[in-house]
Design a protein around this ligand. Structure first.
Ligand SMILES: [Zn+2]
Ligand SMILES: [Zn+2]
Length: 236
């Protein structure tokens, strides 16, 4: 009786097909199977790898770029490839005020982090927006995703650790080299992070320039390590 009643009270609907799901996860198993979930990927930047390279056990699995020039982050985890319908969720959350999608995105990210055993982290820190962009949008999509990932994982999230005092050109307008230059020195850290293993949270990662710049600032503030967790990764 209680099971049936609780199923009624706590029923959720799938965000894609509106089927009711009893799981607190807002996605039915068929729609979950349709998501372009990440497969084998570079451990340092989450770039999809076509196949696992034949490396000795316990050596990191990295893409050519990360082997040549290791990034500032320890590990990178991406939940999905940036293609349909994952890109639909990102765009609706970011540009159409559809905050309801943040919950499932955060839950999926938490699931991916757990499945890949990358959940040994003390603090989640979303990539901040500039005050101007925050006023315009009314919310920070990365903080919304981070909030639900934090809740699912039982790890604290603090959006006030990093700030981004001024506006830059949107990264989407720029190529790889200009992206790194565009975010150089844009973040400020407001907390001593000594001994803390941190994870930066963002909705999408393209070249990683933004996350790597934020990681540099967190490491300078004493962070023991910095990981980057994103909902979707573009194949660039
Ligand atoms: Zn569904
Ligand atoms: Zn890589």
């Amino acid at each position: 009786m209680w099971t049936r009643l609780s199923a009624l009270f706590f029923a959720h609907t799938c965000i894609f097909c509106q089927e009711s799901v009893t799981d607190p996860f807002d996605l039915c198993r068929y729609c979950l199977a349709d998501l372009p979930l990440s497969g084998v990927a570079c451990e340092s930047c989450a770039l999809p790898l076509t196949e696992a390279p034949p490396s000795p056990p316990h050596t990191p699995m990295q893409c050519g770029r990360c082997i040549k020039s290791p990034p500032t982050t320890r590990h990178a985890v991406s939940c999905c490839h940036y293609s349909y319908p994952a890109d639909f969720l990102v765009l609706r959350l970011k540009f159409a005020g559809q905050l309801k999608y943040a919950r499932v995105m955060g839950q999926l990210l938490a699931r991916q982090v757990t499945l890949t055993n990358r959940n040994e982290v003390d603090l989640l820190i979303p990539i901040p927006l500039s005050p101007g962009r925050l006023r315009e949008r009314g919310y920070n999509q990365a903080a919304e995703i981070a909030r639900f990932a934090a809740r699912s994982l039982g790890i604290p999230m603090r959006a006030s650790v990093l700030s981004r005092p001024s506006d830059q050109r949107p990264q989407t307008e720029l190529g790889r080299r200009l992206r790194s230059r565009n975010v150089l020195g844009v973040f400020r850290c407001h907390q001593n992070l000594a001994g803390l293993r941190c994870a930066i949270i963002d909705d999408v990662m393209t070249t990683g320039a933004t996350a790597f710049e934020a990681a540099k600032v967190l490491l300078a503030a004493g962070a023991e390590s910095v990981d980057v967790w994103v909902f979707a990764r573009t194949p660039v």
